[in-house]
Design a protein. Structure first.
Length: 178
């Protein structure tokens, strides 16, 4: 596995290193020892989620889980392609309110590691996308939060306007007002 730091403190692009032969290939998509070597040793998977998305232009997010159980995650697109975004909401962070985005696809096999304290969301770039999340904290409904995808506090440069999203995702208040 290869780890590439992004401009957001603690957010990493994780690339698999496939080994192939006549049958195809094989690659590890998570290894505790390699995460430890990359400085991400506090990530311990406890839950796995999958998100199916039928149509191009579907937006999910931007979501996070509040204290005392924030939710770090490793996100991979297993079918189709998405524009995946992480936003730093850690007020004591040097990269507070900054965002990073990357195309994740079944073809490129990249993943995005999103640390606790960052919001996460994605916009589907193709029909029939599936996104697989490896979570570092169990979901706690009472701690589920979000910020609006088009909040001017972040000025995220999405590739295009979404055509479908949950009402709650469209109506989160401005970040500073929350």
């Amino acid at each position: 596995m290869k780890f590439q730091e992004t401009e957001i403190m603690g957010v990493h692009i994780v690339d698999v290193e496939p080994h192939g032969d006549a049958r195809g290939d094989f690659a590890r998509s998570y290894c505790a020892e390699e995460f430890e070597k990359a400085g991400l040793g506090d990530f311990s998977p406890v839950q796995m989620n999958v998100s199916g998305n039928a149509a191009r232009g579907t937006l999910r997010g931007l979501h996070y889980q509040d204290d005392p159980t924030p939710d770090p995650k490793l996100v991979r697109c297993t079918s189709g392609a998405v524009f995946d975004v992480a936003v730093d909401l850690r007020r004591d962070s040097e990269t507070f309110r900054q965002w990073t985005g990357i195309e994740l696809s079944a073809e490129n096999r990249k993943a995005l590691f999103v640390p606790a304290g960052c919001a996460h969301g994605f916009l589907t770039l193709t029909d029939n996308c599936e996104v697989f999340y490896v979570m570092g904290a169990l979901y706690v409904a009472d701690l589920a939060r979000g910020v609006r995808w088009d909040d001017p506090a972040f000025a995220i440069a999405w590739p295009f306007e979404p055509v479908a999203m949950a009402e709650r995702d469209a109506n989160y208040p401005d970040f500073e007002a929350s």
